[in-house]
Design a protein around this ligand. Structure first.
Ligand SMILES: [Zn+2]
Length: 100
């Protein structure tokens, strides 16, 4: 059985449509592919909105942003220091690499 997608207007097998209890035939009007695109578009839009909100908040709270950044650098520095210590532990001493 085939059904027309309301978005791409292609006839596709009903298996290509997601289920929706509220609709007449129990299936969505758009195919799975278009449904996914729609969700991705919505997600991208939502992401943009969140980013702009964050930017707005950053503009309004420069001191807080500075604090967060400083904390991040501190945290990051610690991570680097730990990593350097770990690397030094792993590193064999030069005497072990002595070649006759
Ligand atoms: Zn479609």
């Amino acid at each position: 059985m085939e059904k027309e997608c309301h978005k791409c207007h292609q006839f596709k097998d009903i298996l290509e449509f997601n289920k929706m209890a509220r609709s007449k035939d129990g299936l969505k009007t758009v195919c799975k592919k278009c449904d996914r695109c729609y969700n991705e578009e919505r997600y991208a839009l939502k992401k943009e909105k969140i980013i702009s909100k964050v930017r707005e908040w950053q503009n309004n709270n420069p001191e807080k942003v500075k604090l967060i950044k400083e904390n991040y650098i501190k945290h990051h520095k610690n991570k680097v220091e730990i990593l350097v210590k770990e690397i030094e532990k792993e590193k064999p001493t030069t005497s072990e690499h002595h070649i006759d």
